[in-house]
Design a protein around this ligand. Structure first.
Ligand code: FES
Length: 308
Protein backbone atom coordinates (compact mmCIF):
# COMPACT_ATOMS: atom_id res chain seq x y z
CA UNK A 1 0.00 0.00 0.00
CA UNK A 2 2.43 2.72 -1.18
CA UNK A 3 -0.45 5.05 -2.02
CA UNK A 4 -3.34 5.35 0.38
CA UNK A 5 -6.92 5.64 -0.82
CA UNK A 6 -8.63 7.58 1.95
CA UNK A 7 -12.13 8.80 2.67
CA UNK A 8 -13.08 11.91 4.65
CA UNK A 9 -14.99 10.91 7.80
CA UNK A 10 -15.33 14.28 9.54
CA UNK A 11 -14.46 17.90 8.99
CA UNK A 12 -14.28 20.27 11.95
CA UNK A 13 -13.56 23.99 12.15
CA UNK A 14 -10.75 24.54 14.67
CA UNK A 15 -10.02 28.27 14.35
CA UNK A 16 -10.45 31.04 11.82
CA UNK A 17 -9.39 29.54 8.47
CA UNK A 18 -8.27 26.21 9.96
CA UNK A 19 -10.24 23.00 9.36
CA UNK A 20 -9.49 19.55 10.70
CA UNK A 21 -10.04 16.54 8.45
CA UNK A 22 -10.36 13.02 9.83
CA UNK A 23 -9.46 10.41 7.20
CA UNK A 24 -9.86 6.63 7.18
CA UNK A 25 -8.91 3.93 4.68
CA UNK A 26 -11.53 3.68 1.93
CA UNK A 27 -11.48 -0.13 2.28
CA UNK A 28 -11.93 0.04 6.06
CA UNK A 29 -8.57 -1.57 6.84
CA UNK A 30 -6.23 -0.22 9.56
CA UNK A 31 -3.90 2.52 8.42
CA UNK A 32 -0.10 2.25 8.61
CA UNK A 33 1.21 3.37 12.01
CA UNK A 34 3.70 6.20 12.17
CA UNK A 35 5.84 8.09 14.71
CA UNK A 36 4.51 11.34 16.15
CA UNK A 37 5.46 14.29 13.96
CA UNK A 38 4.95 12.43 10.65
CA UNK A 39 3.30 13.96 7.62
CA UNK A 40 1.23 12.89 4.63
CA UNK A 41 1.49 14.19 1.09
CA UNK A 42 -2.06 14.59 -0.23
CA UNK A 43 -3.31 14.96 -3.77
CA UNK A 44 -5.29 18.20 -3.62
CA UNK A 45 -6.79 18.54 -7.08
CA UNK A 46 -3.92 19.74 -9.28
CA UNK A 47 -1.57 20.27 -6.31
CA UNK A 48 0.28 17.98 -3.90
CA UNK A 49 0.66 19.33 -0.37
CA UNK A 50 2.28 17.94 2.79
CA UNK A 51 0.33 18.03 6.07
CA UNK A 52 1.46 17.00 9.52
CA UNK A 53 -0.55 14.28 11.19
CA UNK A 54 -1.90 15.40 14.54
CA UNK A 55 -2.61 11.91 15.87
CA UNK A 56 0.20 10.17 17.74
CA UNK A 57 0.34 7.31 15.24
CA UNK A 58 -0.03 4.18 17.32
CA UNK A 59 -2.32 1.73 15.49
CA UNK A 60 -4.35 4.52 13.93
CA UNK A 61 -7.89 3.84 12.85
CA UNK A 62 -7.86 7.29 11.30
CA UNK A 63 -5.47 10.06 10.38
CA UNK A 64 -6.19 13.64 11.36
CA UNK A 65 -4.72 16.74 9.74
CA UNK A 66 -5.40 20.45 10.26
CA UNK A 67 -5.45 22.57 7.11
CA UNK A 68 -4.94 26.32 7.04
CA UNK A 69 -6.77 27.82 4.07
CA UNK A 70 -4.19 29.62 1.96
CA UNK A 71 -5.58 29.06 -1.56
CA UNK A 72 -4.52 26.31 -3.99
CA UNK A 73 -4.45 22.83 -2.49
CA UNK A 74 -5.62 23.96 0.93
CA UNK A 75 -8.77 25.51 -0.57
CA UNK A 76 -9.42 22.21 -2.31
CA UNK A 77 -9.17 20.34 1.00
CA UNK A 78 -11.44 22.87 2.72
CA UNK A 79 -14.04 22.06 0.06
CA UNK A 80 -14.10 18.33 0.89
CA UNK A 81 -17.06 16.86 2.78
CA UNK A 82 -17.60 13.56 4.62
CA UNK A 83 -17.63 10.72 2.10
CA UNK A 84 -15.26 12.40 -0.37
CA UNK A 85 -12.15 10.46 -1.40
CA UNK A 86 -8.57 11.66 -1.33
CA UNK A 87 -5.27 10.00 -2.25
CA UNK A 88 -2.19 10.30 -0.05
CA UNK A 89 1.31 8.95 0.40
CA UNK A 90 2.10 6.69 3.31
CA UNK A 91 3.13 8.73 6.38
CA UNK A 92 6.69 10.04 6.26
CA UNK A 93 8.71 10.77 9.35
CA UNK A 94 11.41 13.42 9.62
CA UNK A 95 10.43 15.06 12.90
CA UNK A 96 9.94 12.28 15.42
CA UNK A 97 10.56 12.76 19.16
CA UNK A 98 14.00 11.58 20.23
CA UNK A 99 13.27 8.73 22.59
CA UNK A 100 16.39 9.28 24.69
CA UNK A 101 15.62 12.99 25.26
CA UNK A 102 15.25 13.99 28.88
CA UNK A 103 12.82 16.74 27.96
CA UNK A 104 11.14 18.02 24.78
CA UNK A 105 11.02 21.80 24.24
CA UNK A 106 8.55 22.50 21.41
CA UNK A 107 8.24 25.85 19.61
CA UNK A 108 5.42 26.40 17.13
CA UNK A 109 4.40 29.33 14.97
CA UNK A 110 0.83 29.44 13.60
CA UNK A 111 -0.23 26.28 11.79
CA UNK A 112 3.23 24.92 12.66
CA UNK A 113 1.51 23.74 15.82
CA UNK A 114 0.18 20.64 14.03
CA UNK A 115 3.21 18.35 14.45
CA UNK A 116 3.55 19.66 18.01
CA UNK A 117 0.02 18.46 18.79
CA UNK A 118 1.16 14.97 17.84
CA UNK A 119 4.31 15.39 19.95
CA UNK A 120 2.28 16.53 22.96
CA UNK A 121 -0.18 13.64 22.63
CA UNK A 122 2.75 11.22 22.32
CA UNK A 123 4.52 12.73 25.33
CA UNK A 124 1.36 12.55 27.42
CA UNK A 125 0.90 8.87 26.56
CA UNK A 126 4.53 8.08 27.38
CA UNK A 127 4.63 10.40 30.41
CA UNK A 128 7.50 12.42 28.90
CA UNK A 129 8.50 15.89 30.04
CA UNK A 130 7.35 18.41 27.42
CA UNK A 131 6.99 22.21 27.21
CA UNK A 132 5.47 24.21 24.33
CA UNK A 133 5.87 27.81 23.21
CA UNK A 134 3.02 28.58 20.79
CA UNK A 135 2.95 31.88 18.93
CA UNK A 136 -0.26 32.63 17.06
CA UNK A 137 -2.73 35.36 16.17
CA UNK A 138 -4.82 36.73 19.05
CA UNK A 139 -7.88 34.54 19.67
CA UNK A 140 -6.86 32.18 16.83
CA UNK A 141 -4.82 29.39 18.38
CA UNK A 142 -5.95 26.03 17.01
CA UNK A 143 -5.86 23.22 19.61
CA UNK A 144 -5.38 25.82 22.36
CA UNK A 145 -7.90 24.28 24.76
CA UNK A 146 -6.48 20.76 24.46
CA UNK A 147 -2.91 22.00 24.80
CA UNK A 148 -3.77 24.07 27.86
CA UNK A 149 -5.56 21.13 29.42
CA UNK A 150 -2.62 18.78 28.80
CA UNK A 151 0.28 21.11 29.48
CA UNK A 152 -1.01 23.58 32.06
CA UNK A 153 1.86 25.94 32.95
CA UNK A 154 4.08 24.09 30.47
CA UNK A 155 2.19 25.88 27.67
CA UNK A 156 3.28 29.44 26.80
CA UNK A 157 0.87 31.09 24.34
CA UNK A 158 2.19 34.34 22.91
CA UNK A 159 0.82 36.69 20.27
CA UNK A 160 3.51 39.32 19.78
CA UNK A 161 7.17 39.50 18.79
CA UNK A 162 8.53 41.10 21.97
CA UNK A 163 6.64 38.67 24.19
CA UNK A 164 7.78 35.74 22.07
CA UNK A 165 11.43 36.72 22.14
CA UNK A 166 11.29 37.15 25.91
CA UNK A 167 9.71 33.74 26.45
CA UNK A 168 12.15 32.17 23.98
CA UNK A 169 15.18 33.67 25.71
CA UNK A 170 14.01 32.27 29.03
CA UNK A 171 13.29 28.85 27.57
CA UNK A 172 16.67 28.52 25.89
CA UNK A 173 18.52 28.81 29.16
CA UNK A 174 18.23 26.64 32.20
CA UNK A 175 16.83 23.55 30.49
CA UNK A 176 17.89 20.21 31.92
CA UNK A 177 20.84 18.52 30.24
CA UNK A 178 19.53 16.24 27.49
CA UNK A 179 16.65 18.51 26.42
CA UNK A 180 15.87 18.46 22.70
CA UNK A 181 14.30 21.45 20.92
CA UNK A 182 11.80 21.09 18.07
CA UNK A 183 10.59 24.04 16.01
CA UNK A 184 8.00 24.34 13.25
CA UNK A 185 6.58 27.49 11.71
CA UNK A 186 7.31 30.25 9.23
CA UNK A 187 10.91 30.62 8.08
CA UNK A 188 11.54 33.91 9.86
CA UNK A 189 10.51 32.38 13.16
CA UNK A 190 12.41 29.12 12.76
CA UNK A 191 15.56 30.97 11.67
CA UNK A 192 15.35 33.16 14.77
CA UNK A 193 14.81 30.22 17.11
CA UNK A 194 17.67 28.18 15.68
CA UNK A 195 19.99 31.20 15.64
CA UNK A 196 19.20 32.12 19.23
CA UNK A 197 19.53 28.49 20.33
CA UNK A 198 22.94 28.20 18.71
CA UNK A 199 23.93 31.45 20.39
CA UNK A 200 22.81 30.04 23.73
CA UNK A 201 25.06 27.01 23.25
CA UNK A 202 22.63 24.39 21.97
CA UNK A 203 24.42 21.81 19.82
CA UNK A 204 22.91 20.97 16.40
CA UNK A 205 22.19 17.39 17.45
CA UNK A 206 19.58 18.69 19.93
CA UNK A 207 17.84 21.00 17.44
CA UNK A 208 15.09 19.68 15.16
CA UNK A 209 13.37 21.66 12.43
CA UNK A 210 10.17 20.83 10.56
CA UNK A 211 10.16 22.96 7.46
CA UNK A 212 6.97 24.87 6.90
CA UNK A 213 6.46 25.31 3.19
CA UNK A 214 4.15 28.24 2.51
CA UNK A 215 1.73 28.18 -0.37
CA UNK A 216 3.25 29.95 -3.34
CA UNK A 217 1.75 33.38 -3.86
CA UNK A 218 1.33 34.76 -7.35
CA UNK A 219 3.75 37.59 -8.17
CA UNK A 220 0.98 40.19 -8.34
CA UNK A 221 0.96 43.47 -10.23
CA UNK A 222 3.18 46.56 -9.94
CA UNK A 223 1.94 49.26 -7.59
CA UNK A 224 3.32 52.30 -5.80
CA UNK A 225 3.58 52.61 -2.03
CA UNK A 226 3.23 56.29 -1.11
CA UNK A 227 4.84 57.03 2.25
CA UNK A 228 2.76 59.79 3.80
CA UNK A 229 5.24 60.92 6.42
CA UNK A 230 8.19 61.39 4.06
CA UNK A 231 6.28 62.01 0.85
CA UNK A 232 8.33 59.33 -0.92
CA UNK A 233 7.03 56.89 -3.53
CA UNK A 234 8.36 53.31 -3.47
CA UNK A 235 7.65 51.16 -6.52
CA UNK A 236 6.70 47.55 -5.74
CA UNK A 237 7.31 45.43 -8.86
CA UNK A 238 5.64 42.04 -9.54
CA UNK A 239 7.30 39.26 -7.55
CA UNK A 240 8.67 41.64 -4.90
CA UNK A 241 6.84 41.94 -1.60
CA UNK A 242 5.87 45.33 -0.24
CA UNK A 243 8.07 44.58 2.77
CA UNK A 244 11.09 43.79 0.59
CA UNK A 245 10.53 46.94 -1.48
CA UNK A 246 10.31 49.09 1.65
CA UNK A 247 13.45 47.55 3.13
CA UNK A 248 15.38 48.08 -0.11
CA UNK A 249 14.30 51.71 0.03
CA UNK A 250 15.76 51.97 3.53
CA UNK A 251 12.40 51.93 5.34
CA UNK A 252 12.48 49.57 8.33
CA UNK A 253 9.24 47.76 9.21
CA UNK A 254 9.08 45.38 12.20
CA UNK A 255 8.59 41.80 11.06
CA UNK A 256 9.01 38.24 12.23
CA UNK A 257 7.44 35.50 10.10
CA UNK A 258 7.44 37.24 6.68
CA UNK A 259 4.57 34.93 5.74
CA UNK A 260 1.46 36.83 6.81
CA UNK A 261 0.94 34.99 10.06
CA UNK A 262 2.45 36.75 13.04
CA UNK A 263 1.06 40.27 12.65
CA UNK A 264 4.33 42.10 13.28
CA UNK A 265 4.45 43.95 9.96
CA UNK A 266 0.95 45.47 10.23
CA UNK A 267 1.10 48.87 8.56
CA UNK A 268 -1.69 51.49 8.64
CA UNK A 269 -3.20 52.37 5.26
CA UNK A 270 -4.35 55.96 4.64
CA UNK A 271 -5.61 55.68 1.06
CA UNK A 272 -6.01 53.02 -1.63
CA UNK A 273 -7.30 49.45 -1.32
CA UNK A 274 -5.09 46.66 0.05
CA UNK A 275 -5.10 43.26 -1.61
CA UNK A 276 -5.05 41.10 1.51
CA UNK A 277 -3.14 37.81 1.27
CA UNK A 278 -2.31 37.28 4.95
CA UNK A 279 -3.69 34.98 7.64
CA UNK A 280 -3.59 37.58 10.39
CA UNK A 281 -6.38 40.09 9.78
CA UNK A 282 -9.96 38.95 10.32
CA UNK A 283 -12.79 39.58 7.87
CA UNK A 284 -13.87 42.82 9.54
CA UNK A 285 -10.33 44.20 9.51
CA UNK A 286 -9.87 43.22 5.88
CA UNK A 287 -13.11 44.91 4.89
CA UNK A 288 -12.10 48.08 6.73
CA UNK A 289 -8.99 48.32 4.56
CA UNK A 290 -7.13 50.46 7.08
CA UNK A 291 -4.15 48.15 7.53
CA UNK A 292 -1.98 45.91 5.38
CA UNK A 293 0.39 43.09 6.29
CA UNK A 294 3.21 44.23 4.06
CA UNK A 295 5.15 40.95 4.02
CA UNK A 296 2.61 39.22 1.75
CA UNK A 297 -0.22 41.60 0.87
CA UNK A 298 -0.25 44.04 -2.03
CA UNK A 299 -2.56 46.69 -3.47
CA UNK A 300 -5.65 46.53 -5.62
CA UNK A 301 -5.19 50.18 -6.53
CA UNK A 302 -2.24 51.62 -8.46
CA UNK A 303 -1.17 53.49 -5.34
CA UNK A 304 -1.39 52.53 -1.68
CA UNK A 305 -0.74 55.33 0.78
CA UNK A 306 0.84 54.13 4.01
CA UNK A 307 1.33 55.80 7.38
CA UNK A 308 5.10 55.49 7.11
S1 FES B 1 6.02 39.58 9.29
FE1 FES B 1 4.57 38.27 10.18
S2 FES B 1 2.70 38.94 9.30
FE2 FES B 1 4.20 40.04 8.24
Amino acid sequence: MSVLDLVVRRTTGLADGIRELALTAADGRPLPPHPAGSHLVLECGPARNAYSLTNDGTAPGEYTIAVLRRGGGSAYLHGLAPGDRVTASRPRSAFAPVRTARKHLLIAGGIGVTPMVAHVRDARRRRRDVELIYVHRPHAGAFAAELADTLGPRLHRVTGRAEFLGVLAGALTGQPLGTHLYVCGPGGLTDRVLGDAAGAGWVPQRLHLERFVPAALDPGARFVARLARSGRDVVVPPGTSLLDALERAGVAVPNLCRQGICGECLTPVLAGTPLHRDEYLDERERAAGTAVMCCVSRSETDTLELDL
